[in-house]
Design a protein. Structure first.
Length: 423
């Protein structure tokens, strides 16, 4: 059974009623373009609250903060306010669905990873300030005031940085704010100063903390930088602090950002994977090989090149199954649905799925059992497949899909899509 490839969040604008009459007046406009037009016409900044329907602090903001007459008077005078939700629900109206495209772009552009998040824009739509987490009325007022105070805005702070007027130990906040605002070049420049002139001069026991190493990971310099050298040469020490294989993943993320084409270009321009493999192995050795093999597999999956997907599923996972960040169950279910190569399917049955059952805490996940059963069935190991599907059915509390799949297996009926999808 299919599981999500990674935990990817989606944004949608809510149409629920927010705040009391005297609180913040959240606008209901059909798209971001309309919000911008209203902000420009009224010469107001824009306040955007990003929340999730399951988020307790977000609901508390609705009850305790947005309904405040004090916050409402200030925000309604200075801002055009809108709300977006980070999860899709079955009850979304056509109005909400109309926001999906704009909202998804915002999610990516502003790297929303926690809720609630507060985004503040200038009247022309430029991100100028950000906050996150539950805020009291006074805390939100302070944040909103900062967003319209030029001395607190990013452009002003950049000028202060260039003039050397910001203390080194305070540069981390500026770098993170710039990264959120998608000014990656300036963010890296600020971060380099903070890392090289401040962090790397700390005593070792102060440097090697989750916060400091996490910051370096976000702004890892090139292969000649001291930060890259630390993550390369002190990987074992870093992994004990940040987690298993995190030093290596940080280096591979650097490789992706600086050497590999983005997924948005894949369908229009086919990457020269052979040349990239040669280049990255030459520059980064084993980690260059791991990342290019991984992305070659994902490229085939996303472009629905199922024949090559089977090849690169096996090429990648035979060497990197233990370190992959991707869910083997998702990768294997996709293989089951679209690939007919018996050798690759056998590899999935004999190598990948047993590992998935152990490594991914899936011992009690009926969907993993279901994937394993279907792969076994497709390779002709019918009785083994029936045994595993029976376990899946029992664990799922008689899920109807499992019932139908087991019946097909007992009746000798194909369980994968009828049309051949190899191409």
């Amino acid at each position: 059974m299919k599981k999500l490839l990674l935990g990817v969040a989606f944004l949608s604008l809510t149409s629920l009623a927010f705040a009391q009459e005297n609180g913040i007046r959240f606008e209901k406009m059909s798209n971001w373009k309309q919000v911008l037009a209203k902000a420009k016409a009224e010469n107001k900044h824009i306040f955007m609250d990003v929340f999730a329907t399951w988020c307790g602090p977000c609901k508390a903001m609705d009850r305790e903060v947005y309904s405040s007459e004090k916050i409402g008077a200030f925000m309604n005078d200075k801002f055009i306010s809108v709300k977006v939700q980070s999860d899709k629900t079955k009850g979304d109206s056509e109005f909400v669905k109309g926001w999906y495209s704009d909202a998804n772009d915002m999610m990516k552009d502003y790297q929303i990873i926690s809720y609630p998040s507060f985004l503040f824009f200038s009247p022309d739509g430029k991100l100028i300030h950000k906050g996150e987490g539950y805020k009291s009325v006074d805390d939100l007022l302070k944040l909103a005031n900062e967003s319209i105070d030029r001395s607190k805005q990013l452009n002003a702070r950049i000028e202060e940085f260039k003039k050397g007027k910001i203390a080194l130990k305070e540069l981390n906040d500026l770098a993170l704010s710039l990264k959120t605002a998608k000014d990656d070049r300036t963010a890296q420049s600020v971060a380099d100063d903070y890392i090289n002139q401040y962090l790397l001069k700390l005593p070792e026991q102060e440097l090697y903390t989750v916060e400091n190493l996490g910051f370096i990971a976000k702004f890892l310099g090139g292969p000649k930088s001291q930060s890259f050298k630390i993550f390369s040469e002190q990987a074992e020490k870093i992994n004990k602090i940040l987690g298993e294989y995190q030093a290596q993943n940080t280096i591979m993320d650097y490789i992706s950002r600086n050497y590999l084409p983005s997924e948005t270009t894949w369908k229009n321009t086919k990457p020269d994977w052979d040349q990239l493999e040669k280049l990255l192995i030459g520059k980064f050795g084993a980690l260059g090989r791991e990342r290019v093999f991984e992305q070659r597999m994902i490229y085939c999956l996303n472009t629905e090149n199922w024949k090559d997907y089977g090849v690169w599923y096996q090429n990648y996972l035979k060497d990197y199954l233990k370190t992959t960040i991707y869910d083997p169950n998702y990768l294997s279910w996709t293989l089951f649905e679209h690939v007919d190569d018996k050798e690759v399917l056998k590899f999935a049955c004999d190598v990948v799925m047993p590992n998935a059952l152990e490594r991914w805490d899936a011992v009690n996940d009926y969907r993993v059992y279901d994937t394993y059963a279907n792969l076994l069935y497709k390779t002709g190991r019918v009785q083994d497949a029936i045994n595993w599907e029976t376990k899946a059915l029992k664990m799922s509390n008689n899920d109807q899909v499992m019932v139908e799949t087991l019946k097909k297996m007992n009746d000798g009926i194909q369980t994968w899509p009828l049309a051949s999808t190899n191409k």
